[in-house]
Design a protein around this ligand. Sequence first.
Ligand code: UD1
Ligand code: CA
Length: 461
Amino acid sequence: MLAVAVLAAGKGTRMRSDLPKVLQPLAGATLVERVLASCDQLKPERRLLVVGHQAERVEQSLSHLGGLEFVLQQPQNGTGHAVQQLLEPLAGFEGDLLVLNGDVPLLRPETLERLLSQHRSTGAAVTLLTARLDDPSGYGRVFANAQGDVSGIVEHRDCSDEQRRNNLTNAGIYCFNWAKLATVLPQLTTDNDQGELYLTDTVAMLNPAMHLEVADADEINGINDRLQLSQCEAVLQERLRRHWMAEGVSFIDPASCTLSEGSRFGRDVVIEPQCHFRGATSVGDGCRIGPGCLLENASLGNNVQALYAVIREASVAEGCSIGPFAQIRPGAELDEGCHIGNFVEVKNSHLAAGVKVNHLSYIGDADLGAKVNVGAGTITANYDGVKKHRTVVGAGSKTGANSVLVAPITLGENVTVGAGSTLTKDVPSGALALARAKQLVKEHWAGPGAEAGAGAGPDLS
Ligand code: UD1
Ligand code: CA
Protein backbone atom coordinates (compact mmCIF):
# COMPACT_ATOMS: atom_id res chain seq x y z
CA MET A 1 0.00 0.00 0.00
CA LEU A 2 1.19 3.47 -0.79
CA ALA A 3 0.00 6.80 0.54
CA VAL A 4 1.33 10.09 -0.77
CA ALA A 5 1.32 13.25 1.30
CA VAL A 6 2.13 16.65 -0.17
CA LEU A 7 3.13 19.35 2.30
CA ALA A 8 1.43 22.51 1.13
CA ALA A 9 0.51 24.42 4.28
CA GLY A 10 3.37 26.91 4.38
CA LYS A 11 2.95 30.57 3.57
CA GLY A 12 6.04 30.97 1.46
CA THR A 13 7.12 34.18 3.17
CA ARG A 14 10.18 34.53 0.95
CA MET A 15 8.01 34.81 -2.19
CA ARG A 16 6.54 38.09 -0.89
CA SER A 17 3.24 37.28 -2.52
CA ASP A 18 -0.47 37.31 -1.69
CA LEU A 19 -0.67 33.94 -3.36
CA PRO A 20 0.19 30.87 -1.26
CA LYS A 21 3.55 29.61 -2.54
CA VAL A 22 2.27 26.27 -3.80
CA LEU A 23 -0.16 28.14 -6.09
CA GLN A 24 2.58 29.99 -7.95
CA PRO A 25 2.40 29.00 -11.62
CA LEU A 26 5.19 27.36 -13.55
CA ALA A 27 4.78 26.76 -17.30
CA GLY A 28 1.02 26.95 -16.91
CA ALA A 29 0.50 24.69 -13.87
CA THR A 30 0.77 25.50 -10.18
CA LEU A 31 3.61 24.09 -8.09
CA VAL A 32 1.27 21.81 -6.18
CA GLU A 33 -0.38 20.52 -9.37
CA ARG A 34 3.06 19.62 -10.67
CA VAL A 35 4.06 17.86 -7.48
CA LEU A 36 0.82 15.87 -7.48
CA ALA A 37 1.27 14.98 -11.15
CA SER A 38 4.79 13.71 -10.54
CA CYS A 39 3.44 10.84 -8.42
CA ASP A 40 0.39 9.94 -10.56
CA GLN A 41 2.28 7.08 -12.14
CA LEU A 42 2.80 5.42 -8.75
CA LYS A 43 -0.97 5.02 -8.45
CA PRO A 44 -1.06 5.59 -4.68
CA GLU A 45 -4.03 4.22 -2.72
CA ARG A 46 -4.32 7.48 -0.77
CA ARG A 47 -3.40 11.06 -1.68
CA LEU A 48 -3.28 13.51 1.18
CA LEU A 49 -2.59 17.20 1.03
CA VAL A 50 -1.56 19.08 4.13
CA VAL A 51 -2.98 22.59 3.84
CA GLY A 52 -2.95 25.52 6.24
CA HIS A 53 -2.06 28.98 4.96
CA GLN A 54 -5.04 30.04 2.76
CA ALA A 55 -6.20 26.44 2.94
CA GLU A 56 -9.50 27.12 1.19
CA ARG A 57 -7.82 28.76 -1.75
CA VAL A 58 -5.42 25.86 -2.17
CA GLU A 59 -8.27 23.34 -1.90
CA GLN A 60 -10.36 25.25 -4.40
CA SER A 61 -7.53 25.40 -6.91
CA LEU A 62 -7.41 21.60 -6.90
CA SER A 63 -11.15 21.01 -7.05
CA HIS A 64 -10.79 19.64 -10.61
CA LEU A 65 -8.75 16.72 -9.25
CA GLY A 66 -10.61 13.91 -7.57
CA GLY A 67 -9.57 11.63 -4.73
CA LEU A 68 -7.61 14.13 -2.62
CA GLU A 69 -7.86 14.13 1.17
CA PHE A 70 -7.21 17.56 2.62
CA VAL A 71 -5.69 17.65 6.08
CA LEU A 72 -5.61 20.95 7.94
CA GLN A 73 -2.45 22.08 9.74
CA GLN A 74 -3.16 25.03 11.99
CA PRO A 75 -0.88 26.80 12.90
CA GLN A 76 2.04 25.89 10.62
CA ASN A 77 4.73 24.80 12.98
CA GLY A 78 7.13 23.15 10.58
CA THR A 79 7.34 20.18 8.25
CA GLY A 80 7.41 17.68 11.15
CA HIS A 81 4.30 19.27 12.58
CA ALA A 82 2.68 19.03 9.13
CA VAL A 83 3.29 15.28 8.98
CA GLN A 84 2.08 14.85 12.59
CA GLN A 85 -1.33 15.92 11.28
CA LEU A 86 -1.42 12.64 9.33
CA LEU A 87 -1.35 10.51 12.49
CA GLU A 88 -5.11 10.60 12.71
CA PRO A 89 -6.15 10.15 9.06
CA LEU A 90 -3.51 7.44 8.56
CA ALA A 91 -4.19 5.61 11.84
CA GLY A 92 -4.00 1.90 11.11
CA PHE A 93 -2.60 2.44 7.62
CA GLU A 94 -0.14 -0.28 6.69
CA GLY A 95 2.37 0.53 4.00
CA ASP A 96 4.65 3.25 2.79
CA LEU A 97 4.17 6.98 2.98
CA LEU A 98 5.78 9.10 0.29
CA VAL A 99 6.16 12.66 1.56
CA LEU A 100 6.67 15.40 -1.01
CA ASN A 101 7.42 19.02 -0.31
CA GLY A 102 4.86 21.08 -2.22
CA ASP A 103 7.57 23.41 -3.51
CA VAL A 104 9.75 20.88 -5.36
CA PRO A 105 8.11 20.85 -8.81
CA LEU A 106 10.70 19.43 -11.21
CA LEU A 107 10.77 15.83 -10.03
CA ARG A 108 10.55 13.25 -12.76
CA PRO A 109 8.00 10.45 -12.22
CA GLU A 110 10.77 7.90 -13.00
CA THR A 111 12.82 9.24 -10.10
CA LEU A 112 9.97 8.68 -7.67
CA GLU A 113 9.53 5.17 -9.04
CA ARG A 114 13.21 4.46 -8.42
CA LEU A 115 12.96 5.89 -4.92
CA LEU A 116 10.00 3.67 -4.09
CA SER A 117 11.50 0.53 -5.56
CA GLN A 118 14.84 1.05 -3.77
CA HIS A 119 12.97 1.70 -0.53
CA ARG A 120 10.97 -1.49 -0.91
CA SER A 121 13.87 -3.68 -1.96
CA THR A 122 16.14 -2.62 0.93
CA GLY A 123 13.36 -2.62 3.52
CA ALA A 124 14.66 0.67 4.94
CA ALA A 125 12.60 2.58 7.51
CA VAL A 126 13.11 5.70 5.40
CA THR A 127 14.68 6.40 2.02
CA LEU A 128 15.18 9.99 1.02
CA LEU A 129 16.10 11.67 -2.20
CA THR A 130 19.37 13.60 -2.34
CA ALA A 131 21.59 15.36 -4.86
CA ARG A 132 24.96 17.04 -4.77
CA LEU A 133 24.41 20.73 -5.42
CA ASP A 134 27.11 23.20 -6.44
CA ASP A 135 25.43 25.71 -4.19
CA PRO A 136 23.42 23.96 -1.46
CA SER A 137 22.79 27.11 0.60
CA GLY A 138 19.41 27.11 2.24
CA TYR A 139 18.95 23.35 1.97
CA GLY A 140 19.29 20.69 4.66
CA ARG A 141 22.56 18.73 4.52
CA VAL A 142 22.44 14.93 4.56
CA PHE A 143 25.08 12.99 6.44
CA ALA A 144 25.64 9.53 5.01
CA ASN A 145 28.39 6.94 4.76
CA ALA A 146 29.73 5.37 1.57
CA GLN A 147 27.15 2.57 1.79
CA GLY A 148 24.35 5.09 1.65
CA ASP A 149 23.32 4.80 5.32
CA VAL A 150 22.07 8.14 6.54
CA SER A 151 22.85 9.22 10.07
CA GLY A 152 20.90 12.46 9.99
CA ILE A 153 19.95 15.76 8.33
CA VAL A 154 20.97 19.19 9.57
CA GLU A 155 19.25 22.32 8.26
CA HIS A 156 21.50 24.93 6.68
CA ARG A 157 20.83 27.45 9.45
CA ASP A 158 21.65 24.89 12.15
CA CYS A 159 24.88 23.71 10.46
CA SER A 160 28.41 24.45 11.66
CA ASP A 161 30.80 25.89 9.05
CA GLU A 162 32.30 22.43 8.73
CA GLN A 163 28.88 20.83 8.16
CA ARG A 164 28.00 23.43 5.52
CA ARG A 165 30.85 22.16 3.37
CA ASN A 166 28.88 18.94 2.87
CA ASN A 167 26.96 19.42 -0.37
CA LEU A 168 24.82 16.26 -0.16
CA THR A 169 21.45 17.97 -0.12
CA ASN A 170 18.03 16.93 1.14
CA ALA A 171 15.40 17.16 -1.61
CA GLY A 172 12.46 17.18 0.81
CA ILE A 173 11.18 13.93 -0.74
CA TYR A 174 10.99 10.89 1.51
CA CYS A 175 9.65 7.37 1.47
CA PHE A 176 8.77 6.25 5.00
CA ASN A 177 7.60 3.00 6.46
CA TRP A 178 4.50 4.59 7.94
CA ALA A 179 4.25 2.43 11.07
CA LYS A 180 7.83 3.28 12.03
CA LEU A 181 7.46 6.96 11.25
CA ALA A 182 4.26 7.10 13.31
CA THR A 183 6.14 5.91 16.41
CA VAL A 184 8.83 8.61 16.19
CA LEU A 185 6.71 11.58 15.03
CA PRO A 186 5.49 12.38 18.57
CA GLN A 187 9.11 12.61 19.77
CA LEU A 188 10.04 15.65 17.64
CA THR A 189 11.20 18.76 19.46
CA THR A 190 11.56 22.39 18.50
CA ASP A 191 15.20 22.45 19.48
CA ASN A 192 16.47 24.32 16.40
CA ASP A 193 17.11 27.79 15.05
CA GLN A 194 13.53 28.28 13.81
CA GLY A 195 11.85 26.73 16.84
CA GLU A 196 9.81 24.45 14.56
CA LEU A 197 9.15 20.73 14.39
CA TYR A 198 11.35 19.39 11.59
CA LEU A 199 10.40 16.31 9.60
CA THR A 200 14.10 15.98 8.82
CA ASP A 201 14.78 15.15 12.50
CA THR A 202 12.87 11.87 12.16
CA VAL A 203 15.59 10.52 9.87
CA ALA A 204 18.14 10.22 12.70
CA MET A 205 15.50 8.36 14.78
CA LEU A 206 14.80 5.77 12.09
CA ASN A 207 16.86 2.73 11.26
CA PRO A 208 17.92 1.89 8.65
CA ALA A 209 17.78 5.27 6.91
CA MET A 210 19.03 5.30 3.33
CA HIS A 211 19.18 7.77 0.47
CA LEU A 212 18.97 7.77 -3.31
CA GLU A 213 21.19 10.33 -4.99
CA VAL A 214 19.87 11.75 -8.28
CA ALA A 215 22.29 12.73 -11.02
CA ASP A 216 20.27 15.67 -12.35
CA ALA A 217 20.42 18.15 -9.49
CA ASP A 218 17.78 20.34 -11.18
CA GLU A 219 15.18 17.78 -10.24
CA ILE A 220 15.38 18.64 -6.57
CA ASN A 221 15.21 22.41 -6.98
CA GLY A 222 13.04 23.76 -4.22
CA ILE A 223 11.26 27.06 -4.68
CA ASN A 224 11.42 29.54 -1.85
CA ASP A 225 11.73 32.85 -3.71
CA ARG A 226 11.12 34.47 -7.10
CA LEU A 227 14.65 33.85 -8.26
CA GLN A 228 14.28 30.10 -7.71
CA LEU A 229 10.86 30.26 -9.39
CA SER A 230 12.41 31.79 -12.50
CA GLN A 231 15.25 29.27 -12.45
CA CYS A 232 12.78 26.39 -12.33
CA GLU A 233 10.77 27.96 -15.14
CA ALA A 234 13.95 28.04 -17.23
CA VAL A 235 14.68 24.38 -16.50
CA LEU A 236 11.13 23.39 -17.38
CA GLN A 237 11.11 25.42 -20.59
CA GLU A 238 14.36 23.85 -21.66
CA ARG A 239 12.92 20.38 -21.00
CA LEU A 240 9.78 21.17 -23.01
CA ARG A 241 11.70 22.59 -25.96
CA ARG A 242 14.06 19.61 -26.05
CA HIS A 243 11.11 17.27 -25.96
CA TRP A 244 9.46 18.94 -28.95
CA MET A 245 12.71 19.22 -30.89
CA ALA A 246 13.04 15.46 -30.50
CA GLU A 247 9.51 15.17 -31.92
CA GLY A 248 10.40 17.13 -35.06
CA VAL A 249 9.90 20.81 -34.22
CA SER A 250 12.53 23.40 -35.22
CA PHE A 251 13.19 26.44 -33.09
CA ILE A 252 15.18 29.28 -34.67
CA ASP A 253 15.90 30.88 -31.29
CA PRO A 254 14.74 28.38 -28.66
CA ALA A 255 15.56 30.44 -25.60
CA SER A 256 13.22 33.24 -26.73
CA CYS A 257 10.18 30.94 -26.87
CA THR A 258 8.02 29.56 -24.06
CA LEU A 259 5.74 26.52 -24.11
CA SER A 260 3.08 25.20 -21.82
CA GLU A 261 2.99 21.59 -20.77
CA GLY A 262 -0.40 21.25 -22.50
CA SER A 263 0.77 22.45 -25.91
CA ARG A 264 1.15 19.95 -28.74
CA PHE A 265 3.04 20.23 -32.04
CA GLY A 266 3.08 18.22 -35.25
CA ARG A 267 6.14 17.41 -37.34
CA ASP A 268 8.14 19.90 -39.34
CA VAL A 269 6.76 22.83 -37.41
CA VAL A 270 9.12 25.81 -37.52
CA ILE A 271 8.96 28.18 -34.59
CA GLU A 272 10.62 31.52 -35.21
CA PRO A 273 11.89 33.74 -32.38
CA GLN A 274 9.67 35.19 -29.65
CA CYS A 275 6.73 32.81 -29.79
CA HIS A 276 4.70 31.74 -26.77
CA PHE A 277 2.32 28.81 -26.52
CA ARG A 278 -0.05 28.64 -23.58
CA GLY A 279 -2.80 26.42 -22.27
CA ALA A 280 -3.89 23.54 -24.46
CA THR A 281 -2.66 24.82 -27.79
CA SER A 282 -2.20 22.45 -30.70
CA VAL A 283 -0.20 23.16 -33.83
CA GLY A 284 -0.48 20.91 -36.89
CA ASP A 285 2.24 19.53 -39.14
CA GLY A 286 4.27 21.92 -41.23
CA CYS A 287 3.11 25.14 -39.54
CA ARG A 288 5.41 28.14 -39.48
CA ILE A 289 4.81 30.29 -36.44
CA GLY A 290 6.40 33.66 -35.74
CA PRO A 291 8.37 35.66 -35.23
CA GLY A 292 6.38 37.26 -32.45
CA CYS A 293 3.27 35.15 -31.82
CA LEU A 294 1.18 34.39 -28.76
CA LEU A 295 -1.10 31.34 -28.96
CA GLU A 296 -3.35 30.39 -26.08
CA ASN A 297 -5.76 27.46 -26.22
CA ALA A 298 -5.56 27.77 -29.98
CA SER A 299 -6.00 24.92 -32.38
CA LEU A 300 -4.13 25.14 -35.68
CA GLY A 301 -4.44 22.68 -38.55
CA ASN A 302 -1.57 21.70 -40.83
CA ASN A 303 0.52 24.23 -42.76
CA VAL A 304 -0.78 27.33 -41.04
CA GLN A 305 1.43 30.41 -41.09
CA ALA A 306 1.25 33.04 -38.40
CA LEU A 307 3.38 36.14 -38.15
CA TYR A 308 3.23 38.67 -35.31
CA ALA A 309 -0.18 37.40 -34.31
CA VAL A 310 -2.20 36.74 -31.17
CA ILE A 311 -4.53 33.73 -31.40
CA ARG A 312 -6.62 32.81 -28.36
CA GLU A 313 -9.40 30.25 -27.82
CA ALA A 314 -9.80 29.97 -31.58
CA SER A 315 -9.42 27.39 -34.30
CA VAL A 316 -7.56 27.95 -37.54
CA ALA A 317 -7.79 25.24 -40.19
CA GLU A 318 -5.23 23.95 -42.65
CA GLY A 319 -3.42 26.36 -44.92
CA CYS A 320 -4.58 29.63 -43.33
CA SER A 321 -2.22 32.55 -43.06
CA ILE A 322 -2.51 35.01 -40.22
CA GLY A 323 -0.85 38.39 -39.84
CA PRO A 324 1.37 40.23 -39.60
CA PHE A 325 -0.23 42.12 -36.71
CA ALA A 326 -3.52 40.27 -36.46
CA GLN A 327 -5.61 39.23 -33.50
CA ILE A 328 -7.78 36.11 -33.60
CA ARG A 329 -9.95 36.20 -30.51
CA PRO A 330 -12.12 33.69 -28.63
CA GLY A 331 -14.77 31.92 -30.65
CA ALA A 332 -13.15 32.57 -34.02
CA GLU A 333 -13.33 29.57 -36.30
CA LEU A 334 -11.46 29.79 -39.59
CA ASP A 335 -11.92 27.09 -42.21
CA GLU A 336 -9.22 26.04 -44.68
CA GLY A 337 -7.20 28.56 -46.61
CA CYS A 338 -8.37 31.81 -45.02
CA HIS A 339 -6.10 34.84 -45.24
CA ILE A 340 -6.06 37.30 -42.38
CA GLY A 341 -3.81 40.27 -43.02
CA ASN A 342 -2.43 43.21 -41.12
CA PHE A 343 -4.38 45.03 -38.42
CA VAL A 344 -7.31 42.67 -38.56
CA GLU A 345 -9.27 41.47 -35.53
CA VAL A 346 -11.64 38.50 -35.69
CA LYS A 347 -13.88 37.52 -32.77
CA ASN A 348 -16.62 34.92 -32.28
CA SER A 349 -17.04 34.47 -36.01
CA HIS A 350 -17.08 31.64 -38.50
CA LEU A 351 -15.09 32.20 -41.66
CA ALA A 352 -15.75 29.55 -44.32
CA ALA A 353 -12.98 28.28 -46.57
CA GLY A 354 -10.96 30.79 -48.56
CA VAL A 355 -12.21 33.97 -46.88
CA LYS A 356 -9.85 36.93 -47.21
CA VAL A 357 -9.73 39.74 -44.71
CA ASN A 358 -6.51 41.34 -45.70
CA HIS A 359 -6.33 44.82 -44.22
CA LEU A 360 -7.55 46.90 -41.28
CA SER A 361 -10.81 45.18 -40.37
CA TYR A 362 -12.91 44.19 -37.39
CA ILE A 363 -14.99 41.05 -37.89
CA GLY A 364 -17.03 40.29 -34.77
CA ASP A 365 -20.05 38.00 -34.32
CA ALA A 366 -20.15 37.26 -38.03
CA ASP A 367 -20.63 34.34 -40.40
CA LEU A 368 -18.76 34.80 -43.64
CA GLY A 369 -19.46 32.33 -46.47
CA ALA A 370 -16.83 30.69 -48.65
CA LYS A 371 -14.45 33.00 -50.50
CA VAL A 372 -15.93 36.19 -49.13
CA ASN A 373 -13.50 39.03 -49.80
CA VAL A 374 -13.58 41.65 -47.10
CA GLY A 375 -12.27 44.99 -48.36
CA ALA A 376 -9.75 47.10 -46.51
CA GLY A 377 -11.21 48.80 -43.47
CA THR A 378 -14.50 46.90 -43.43
CA ILE A 379 -16.06 46.86 -39.98
CA THR A 380 -18.90 44.81 -38.55
CA ALA A 381 -20.73 47.16 -36.19
CA ASN A 382 -21.92 44.40 -33.87
CA TYR A 383 -22.78 46.32 -30.72
CA ASP A 384 -25.72 48.68 -30.32
CA GLY A 385 -24.68 49.76 -26.85
CA VAL A 386 -26.76 47.08 -25.17
CA LYS A 387 -26.55 43.89 -27.19
CA LYS A 388 -24.27 42.18 -29.67
CA HIS A 389 -25.79 41.26 -33.05
CA ARG A 390 -24.70 39.01 -35.90
CA THR A 391 -23.60 39.82 -39.39
CA VAL A 392 -24.11 37.20 -42.09
CA VAL A 393 -22.42 37.48 -45.47
CA GLY A 394 -23.12 34.87 -48.16
CA ALA A 395 -20.48 33.03 -50.18
CA GLY A 396 -18.61 34.92 -52.86
CA SER A 397 -19.59 38.41 -51.64
CA LYS A 398 -17.19 41.36 -51.64
CA THR A 399 -17.22 44.41 -49.45
CA GLY A 400 -15.63 47.63 -50.64
CA ALA A 401 -13.03 49.55 -48.71
CA ASN A 402 -14.19 51.34 -45.58
CA SER A 403 -17.65 49.78 -45.48
CA VAL A 404 -19.61 49.35 -42.28
CA LEU A 405 -22.06 46.48 -41.83
CA VAL A 406 -24.44 47.46 -39.03
CA ALA A 407 -25.70 44.27 -37.36
CA PRO A 408 -28.08 42.53 -37.29
CA ILE A 409 -27.72 42.33 -41.04
CA THR A 410 -27.68 39.63 -43.71
CA LEU A 411 -26.06 39.93 -47.11
CA GLY A 412 -26.83 37.21 -49.62
CA GLU A 413 -24.37 35.44 -51.90
CA ASN A 414 -22.27 37.27 -54.49
CA VAL A 415 -23.23 40.66 -53.13
CA THR A 416 -21.00 43.63 -53.91
CA VAL A 417 -20.83 46.44 -51.38
CA GLY A 418 -19.60 49.77 -52.71
CA ALA A 419 -16.66 51.37 -50.96
CA GLY A 420 -17.53 53.69 -48.11
CA SER A 421 -21.04 52.29 -47.64
CA THR A 422 -22.72 52.05 -44.26
CA LEU A 423 -25.29 49.27 -44.61
CA THR A 424 -28.17 48.94 -42.17
CA LYS A 425 -30.54 46.78 -44.24
CA ASP A 426 -30.30 43.28 -45.67
CA VAL A 427 -29.10 42.86 -49.26
CA PRO A 428 -30.33 40.05 -51.55
CA SER A 429 -27.99 37.72 -53.43
CA GLY A 430 -26.34 39.10 -56.55
CA ALA A 431 -27.08 42.77 -55.73
CA LEU A 432 -24.83 45.80 -55.58
CA ALA A 433 -25.38 47.81 -52.39
CA LEU A 434 -24.34 51.43 -52.20
CA ALA A 435 -25.04 53.63 -49.20
CA ARG A 436 -23.06 56.80 -49.43
CA ALA A 437 -23.65 60.42 -50.39
CA LYS A 438 -23.36 61.22 -54.06
CA GLN A 439 -20.17 62.96 -54.98
CA LEU A 440 -20.55 66.69 -55.35
CA VAL A 441 -18.09 68.52 -57.58
CA LYS A 442 -17.91 72.32 -57.71
CA GLU A 443 -15.75 73.47 -60.51
CA HIS A 444 -13.68 76.64 -60.31
CA TRP A 445 -13.78 76.45 -56.50
CA ALA A 446 -10.45 78.10 -56.33
CA GLY A 447 -11.44 81.49 -57.82
CA PRO A 448 -9.11 84.02 -59.32
CA GLY A 449 -7.13 85.88 -56.68
CA ALA A 450 -7.81 83.23 -53.98
CA GLU A 451 -4.78 82.32 -51.94
CA ALA A 452 -3.94 78.65 -52.15
CA GLY A 453 -5.44 76.83 -49.19
CA ALA A 454 -7.10 79.92 -47.78
CA GLY A 455 -10.57 78.50 -48.40
CA ALA A 456 -11.78 81.56 -50.29
CA GLY A 457 -13.97 80.83 -53.31
CA PRO A 458 -17.41 81.16 -54.82
CA ASP A 459 -20.48 81.25 -52.63
CA LEU A 460 -21.85 77.68 -52.26
CA SER A 461 -25.26 78.57 -50.89
C1 UD1 B 1 12.89 21.82 3.64
C2 UD1 B 1 13.74 20.81 4.43
C3 UD1 B 1 15.18 20.88 3.92
C4 UD1 B 1 15.21 20.58 2.45
C5 UD1 B 1 14.29 21.51 1.68
C6 UD1 B 1 14.17 21.02 0.25
C7 UD1 B 1 12.75 20.72 6.66
C8 UD1 B 1 12.89 21.11 8.07
N1 UD1 B 1 13.70 21.17 5.84
O1 UD1 B 1 13.39 23.12 3.93
O2 UD1 B 1 15.99 19.96 4.62
O3 UD1 B 1 16.55 20.71 1.96
O4 UD1 B 1 12.95 21.51 2.24
O5 UD1 B 1 13.45 21.93 -0.56
O6 UD1 B 1 11.84 20.00 6.33
N2 UD1 B 1 5.19 23.23 5.02
C9 UD1 B 1 4.01 22.86 5.64
N3 UD1 B 1 3.82 23.20 6.93
C10 UD1 B 1 4.76 23.86 7.66
C11 UD1 B 1 5.96 24.25 7.02
C12 UD1 B 1 6.14 23.89 5.71
O7 UD1 B 1 3.14 22.25 5.03
O8 UD1 B 1 4.51 24.14 8.83
C13 UD1 B 1 5.37 22.88 3.61
C14 UD1 B 1 5.60 24.10 2.74
O9 UD1 B 1 4.36 24.58 2.21
C15 UD1 B 1 6.53 23.57 1.65
C16 UD1 B 1 7.27 22.43 2.32
O10 UD1 B 1 6.54 22.10 3.48
O11 UD1 B 1 5.81 23.09 0.55
C17 UD1 B 1 8.71 22.79 2.69
O12 UD1 B 1 8.71 23.88 3.58
P1 UD1 B 1 9.81 25.01 3.52
O13 UD1 B 1 9.54 25.97 4.61
O14 UD1 B 1 9.94 25.55 2.16
O15 UD1 B 1 11.12 24.15 3.90
P2 UD1 B 1 12.63 24.50 3.56
O16 UD1 B 1 13.10 25.54 4.47
O17 UD1 B 1 12.76 24.75 2.11
CA1 CA C 1 11.39 25.01 0.49
